[in-house]
Design a protein around this ligand. Structure first.
Ligand code: VG1
Ligand code: CO
Length: 580
């Protein structure tokens, strides 16, 4: 092949958000759109870094991925990249990409330098829905803000991109190595099995034997919903082939370009089929739901964990994993280096960290902030309220890992008891945890696709209000007299303890005397309009009060949040789109 330089000009709006660039497919297929972003990434990383590099290119298999992969292969070849690794059919979950970067060794001894991940995660897919792309670094984690800022600034000045001419489309449906020759010498495309590196890593972390015993126990039953995302490719290999779960325990585990028309977001609103099977729908007519159910998002980095007629909040999930990791998961048997959560995530993890005397960190929303802590050996387990849980085995959150962690904990809690009469259930484990550590009632209200002007006004108003706590408390008292006092209010700002970098404007916080919190943020992953997220949390230590319905317990704070922020006035919405 030879290298062609194509003239182009900047296209507006290519700023990566919380996790890469996400837009409607219609936007991505415009002439030069993807190419501008990919070349801007190569330029941000530097031409010398790209020369001779090995890059992974794959994703959750959503619509437009296959075309995008061919374009990126040709551009990489033209930019001097030495080899491209592609998961079979272009499929790799986000955590598997991270694992491949860190663990895989090519036939010629090569190691990956980075990856393009093609996903818009939990956003729907298809010709009228979303596509996305992000770059991950040599440590397997998302590019830090220093790089994403550079990528964005390059997109505003770009004049040309390089693409290989005469390089044929590569057949990514077949495993094998293709060799090509360009002006710089040899260029290879290596198509490999999407699951084997990841499966190997999971087997090195968990005791598969004890999980197998649990899955084969007549007292236990299991169900997994991939929502037609890429997790299906891993679920079958791990849960069925390795661990012996029944094939019928898998729901929607065939990856589809449009996720079967659904919204591949594992929460109580969108994972309808699983929610019904677990006996959690409003009209519960399930005779005997499984003991354990879980779901993943499109790119399989998120997880939702359910027990029989029981929902585990993601904030509780990470706290419970941290509290049990050393006993239940061989990878952690030497102890935890530290734990971390994103700012809006509840303080359940903080309480565990305190009890166990662990290092603790609170970072802004988005997985990229955990990477530095992990690379520096300061953090083992971390999580976000947005159904993201993970550890330092890779540098992304990991949906299947979280499910294995829960299975390991259930297996551990029942280890002397699998022959006994009653299973220590998911609900038992969570309630035991609350009685030891107290309970953090938690809910999140999302107002999706609201007018950006109104959303910004609401945020500006809340920031301005913060300067006068007396006024805030007058308003709060006027709304409800039964909530405690606001003692602090600010915009969250983070200084990375490893590299000293500072991230500002990471969410507006109202902190109450009794430990309750209200947090307001604008989403950075949407593709249209603005999404306001409102996070509401209340801590209850009194054992006689930890068994309430979460929406009842939080009702006073919710009322305060909505009235204080003038939510309806600014957004025109009388109710959120999604409550989790
Ligand atoms: C959301 C979540 C955040 C998560 C991010 C990426 O971001 O709130 O916790 O890290 O999605 O997850 P935002 O900016 O929309 O609130 V994923 O599974 O979409 O890569
Ligand atoms: Co995701």
């Amino acid at each position: 092949f030879k290298v062609t330089r194509v003239q182009t000009s900047p296209i507006d709006g290519q700023k990566p958000g919380t996790s890469g660039l996400r837009k409607k497919v219609k936007v991505f297929v415009q002439p030069h759109y993807l190419q501008n972003f990919v070349q801007s990434t190569f330029n941000a990383l530097g031409a010398d870094k790209m020369k001779g590099a090995t890059l992974v290119v794959s994703g959750d298999g959503r619509y437009y991925s296959k075309d995008a992969i061919q374009i990126i292969i040709k551009m990489a070849a033209a930019n001097g990249v030495r080899r491209i690794w592609v998961g079979q059919n272009g499929l790799l979950s986000t955590p598997a990409v991270s694992a491949v970067i860190r663990e895989r060794v090519g036939a010629d001894g090569s190691k990956a330098n980075g990856a393009f991940i093609l996903t818009a995660s939990h956003n729907p897919g298809g010709p009228n829905e979303d596509f996305g792309i992000k770059y991950n670094m040599e440590n397997g984690g998302p590019a830090p803000e220093g790089i994403t800022d550079k990528i964005y600034s390059n997109t505003t000045t770009i004049k040309e991109y390089l693409i290989a001419e005469g390089l044929p489309d590569v057949d990514i449906s077949k495993i094998g190595l293709g060799n090509f020759t360009g002006p710089d010498g040899q260029f290879d495309v290596d198509v490999f099995d999407s699951a084997s590196d990841y499966v190997k890593l999971m087997k090195s972390i968990f005791d598969f034997k004890s999980i197998m015993n649990l899955l084969s126990s007549p007292k236990f039953s299991f169900c997994y919903d991939a929502l037609h995302g890429v997790a299906g490719a891993y679920a079958k290999r791990i849960f069925v082939e390795e661990l012996g779960a029944k094939e019928s325990s898998l729901l929607n585990c065939v990856p589809k370009e449009d996720f079967g028309g659904g919204h591949p977001d594992p929460n109580l609103t969108y994972a309808k089929e699983l929610v019904a099977r677990m006996g959690l729908s409003k009209l519960d007519n399930t005779e005997d739901p499984p003991e354990f159910g879980a779901a993943a998002d499109g790119d399989a980095d998120r997880n939702m964990v359910l027990g029989k007629r029981f929902f585990v909040t993601p904030s509780d999930s990470v706290a419970i994993i941290a509290a049990n990791a050393v006993q239940a998961i061989p990878y952690f048997s030497g102890g935890l280096k530290g734990v971390a959560r994103s700012m809006p995530t509840s303080a359940a993890l903080d309480v565990v960290a305190k009890h166990l005397n662990l290092k603790f960190f609170e970072v802004p929303t988005g997985w990229k902030f955990f990477g530095n802590l992990m690379d520096a050996g300061m953090c083992s387990v971390c999580g976000e309220e947005s159904f993201g849980t993970g550890s330092d085995h890779i540098r992304e959150k990991d949906g299947i890992w979280a499910v294995l962690a829960w299975l390991a904990i259930i297996a551990y809690k029942n280890k002397d008891n699998l022959g006994g009469d009653k299973l220590v259930s998911v609900e038992d484990i969570v309630r035991q945890h609350w009685s030891t550590y107290g309970r953090h009632y938690y809910t999140r209200y999302d107002y999706e696709n609201v007018d950006s002007g109104g959303a910004n006004q609401l945020m500006d108003y809340l920031v301005k209000l913060q300067s006068n706590l007396t006024e805030v408390n007058n308003i709060v008292k006027g709304i409800r007299s039964d909530v405690s006092k606001v003692v602090n209010a600010d915009e969250f700002e983070y200084k990375d303890p490893v590299d000293g970098s500072i991230s500002k404007h990471q969410g507006i916080r109202y902190l109450f005397e009794d430990g309750s919190r209200l947090v307001f943020r604008l989403s950075g992953t949407g593709s249209e309009g603005a999404t306001i997220r409102l996070y509401i949390e209340q801590y209850e230590k009194d054992p006689s009060k930890i068994g309430r319905e979460s929406q009842d317990a939080l009702a006073p704070l919710v009322e305060v949040a909505l009235k204080l922020s003038k939510m309806q006035e600014y957004t025109g919405r009388s109710a959120p789109t999604v409550i989790t």
